[in-house]
Design a protein. Structure first.
Length: 186
């Protein structure tokens, strides 16, 4: 039975990595798999250290490629830059998946995806406001920042819903085809 854990974790890790690197294919702004892969990791990895580590590492690796290949003109040298607001929110979304998706059901995935998108929007745009000289450090400045980000929020919602469907439904189908991927219930 111990061979089930490595196989399950290998499949889950591969799915998270593929989701992360889907960021390299052309897509609308913010229509990405990052929120979905955080929820997915939180929901399916039974070892919570893996639930946090695998999606964070996948995000970081895809960021390295994006920042140093796709966005190279914006960085004068090789960068390993990490935005603490983004990564902190991402870790919180993993925890949401671990807590709210103990029972993976379509309605649970839908509602948790909406919550994750909203959390990401609120926290990361607060980080933009607090760390930027673009917006005045006032309530009006914060509201302006959120208003400016609204066009991107729709794509974040759509991306999280789309990629959550792909990841969660995909893994459920794979588990049905290969029951050895289903963890034993205590």
């Amino acid at each position: 039975m111990k061979s089930q854990i490595p196989l399950r974790y290998g499949v889950l890790t591969a799915m998270v990595l593929l989701a992360a690197f889907s960021r390299l294919i052309p897509h609308a702004s913010n229509f990405t798999a990052i929120g979905a892969m955080a929820l997915f990791g939180g929901a399916y990895f039974t070892r919570k250290s893996w639930a946090l580590l695998v999606p964070l590492l996948a995000l970081w690796l895809s960021d390295i490629v994006l920042n140093n290949v796709v966005y190279r003109p914006y960085y004068p040298t090789f960068t390993l830059e990490v935005n603490p607001w983004t990564y902190g929110t991402f870790a919180a979304i993993v925890l949401l998946g671990a807590v709210l998706l103990r029972r993976v059901k379509p309605l649970n995935v839908l509602l948790t995806s909406l919550l994750a998108s909203t959390l990401f929007f609120v926290v990361t745009n607060f980080g933009v406001w607090i760390g930027s000289s673009i917006y005045p450090q006032t309530t009006a400045g914060l509201l302006t920042c959120y208003t400016a980000a609204l066009p991107f929020f729709g794509n974040t919602l759509a991306g999280d819903l789309f990629w959550s469907t792909v990841l969660f439904a995909g893994f459920e189908l794979v588990q049905r085809r290969f029951p050895s991927l289903t963890p034993e219930r205590a």
